[in-house]
Design a protein around this ligand. Structure first.
Ligand code: MV4
Length: 503
């Protein structure tokens, strides 16, 4: 279908791997110049190198740069950009930013501001979904004050969750197992919500124990077509930060996928959604599913959906924003299995504390079925100002087993030196029998995953032993080839070359 809006220059209002990802999609579509923005800390960043143009937007602190709407719009105007892609995080779900872009006469590669606003209020979102016939977790109605919440609790039953209407992503949440704990939990959640979001509105929900966190990818064009592209299992989370995702979900069956997919499409239609979005559900052990939240942006984990559907979601976002009508609704089929490991600059042996420093060695895994969406390179300085995610290592296989074997092989090839990363966490996860069965839920990490500091010692010793063994073998080979008697007819190859090869 013809696209009515022309995009000649796209500003990416983001950084890191997602900025590189959007630049790649724009470059592949052809005819789109890309504009990067960078803070003082990101002058040498990869996305700056890949873009056609790059503009400094201020100091490293996000509020001085990547969250500064005025500065971003000033660069859009100065560069002559005619569209803006927000990536994820930062301003990607700030309705005011979407409005400012549209008011400036630019194309917003994302949903209508009103959809962002409606889904940003978790209480309003619940009401909209209920009205649309989408199952929500049993909970309280909007507008209850503390006394009303306390009165309503018995009808919900314990254990329950106290949640912030302006929250999301787990912020301002409290699990309450006994009635006696409720009053204090409400007070604590309110304080946290007021300081984090400036809005202390709370609500209660029945606690769904042993739940799966399963989300459906949505694409909606400007011609009333809304489709889903299957689901992602996102239950491997630490403190509400996803670490590992996979598609399709090992917990899913075709009938449930049909029902949840239809609910996801109904949810998107209920808010007049356009562009890429995600409907998050909780699914309990009995396969009851409940609407949790709608993410009105492209998500970190979008590559696993891309690999099993063959759809380039960023290109689809740009095409939808240009006005293209999507193809036949039944065009999306799921082929094979994909897994994603989020590679973070964190020390898994020290409570996942953030790690910073200059990347001295970056050896990227490649080979069949491996994709690395990365924002780093050897020589790149990782700073403490931003989210610790450095890269995403994704693997596709015909089956879940092949995808897991591939990502295990790729994790062992991946070398990042100069700072700590959570690669050992992922290497351990994909080695755990209980995980490999695919029978896991959101309680898995808490129950079964421990990263003991002595393991770090063991891991390092194994690496040193491999290098020493390589050098000993190399020198034996040199002797056998006659280099040892001073014969310098040919310069002996550097021992490190052997070590690197053995790595
Ligand atoms: C829940 C829940 C169980 N019951 N709500 C909300 C924000 C999202 N990131 C996680 N959320 C959850 N909401 C009810 N009524 C379970 C989760 C949840 C979760 C909670 C604690 C620890 C890890 C979790 C991982 C996924 C989902």
């Amino acid at each position: 279908m013809a696209e009515t809006a022309l995009i000649k220059k796209l500003l990416i209002a983001n950084r890191g791997e997602i900025a590189v990802r959007v630049i790649r999609a724009a470059r592949e579509l052809g005819g789109i110049q890309t504009v990067a923005v960078y803070s003082d800390a990101d002058r040498e960043a990869l996305h700056v190198r890949y873009a056609d143009e790059a503009y400094g937007i201020g100091q490293p602190a996000p509020r001085e740069s990547y969250l500064n709407i005025e500065k971003l719009l000033e660069v859009a105007q100065r560069s002559g950009a005619d569209a803006v892609h927000p990536g994820y995080g930062f301003l990607s779900e700030r309705a005011e930013f979407a409005e400012a872009v549209l008011d400036a006469g630019l194309i917003w590669i994302g949903p209508p501001p009103d959809a962002i606003r409606q889904m940003g209020d978790k209480l309003a979102a619940r009401a909209i979904m209920q009205a649309a016939g989408v199952p929500v977790v049993p909970g309280t109605e909007p507008g209850l004050d503390d006394a009303a919440l306390l009165r309503a609790a018995p009808s919900i039953g314990f254990p329950l969750m106290v949640k912030a209407a302006a929250g999301g992503g787990g912020k301002g949440m409290r699990v309450v197992r006994e009635p006696a704990e409720l009053e204090a939990a409400i007070a604590a959640a309110r304080r946290e919500a007021e300081s984090a979001f400036g809005d202390g509105t709370l609500y209660l929900e029945k606690l769904i124990e042993g739940a799966h966190h399963i989300e459906f990818q949505i694409l909606a064009d400007t011609h009333g077509n809304t489709i889903h592209l299957g689901e992602r299992e996102c239950s491997i989370q630490r403190r509400h930060q996803k670490l590992f995702e996979e598609a399709p979900s090992p917990f899913m069956d075709p009938e449930l996928r049909e029902r949840m997919g239809a609910a996801a499409v109904a949810a998107a239609r209920a808010v007049g959604y356009v562009n890429a979005g995600t409907i998050e559900f909780l699914v309990d052990a009995e396969k009851n599913y409940y609407f949790l939240e709608m993410n009105t942006r492209l998500q970190v984990e979008h590559p696993v959906t891309e690999l099993v559907t063959g759809v380039d979601l960023v290109k689809e976002q740009i095409r939808i924003a240009r006005g293209r009508r999507m193809g036949p609704v039944d065009g999306v089929t799921i082929k094979g299995h994909a897994v994603e490991c989020r590679i973070n600059a964190e020390d898994p042996y020290n409570n996942f504390l953030p790690s910073v420093g200059t990347v001295t060695v970056h050896i990227a895994p490649t080979g069949p079925g491996v994709r690395l969406d990365s924002g780093i390179y050897a020589g790149y300085e990782v700073t403490p100002y931003y989210d610790p995610m450095l890269a995403k290592l994704i693997a596709w296989g015909e089956t879940r087993g092949e995808a897991l074997l591939r990502v295990r092989r790729a994790l062992n090839e991946y070398k990042i030196m100069g700072l700590k990363t959570n690669l050992p966490f992922h290497q351990k996860l994909v080695d755990m029998t209980r995980f490999l069965t695919g029978k896991y839920d959101t309680s898995f990490l808490e129950r079964y995953m421990t990263m003991r500091p002595e393991e770090e010692e063991e891991g390092a010793l194994a690496e040193v032993a491999a290098i020493v063994a390589t050098l000993v073998e190399h020198q034996a080979r040199q002797r056998a080839l006659g280099f040892a008697n001073g014969d310098t007819a040919q310069k002996a190859p550097s021992p490190w070359k052997w070590a690197a090869r053995r790595w």
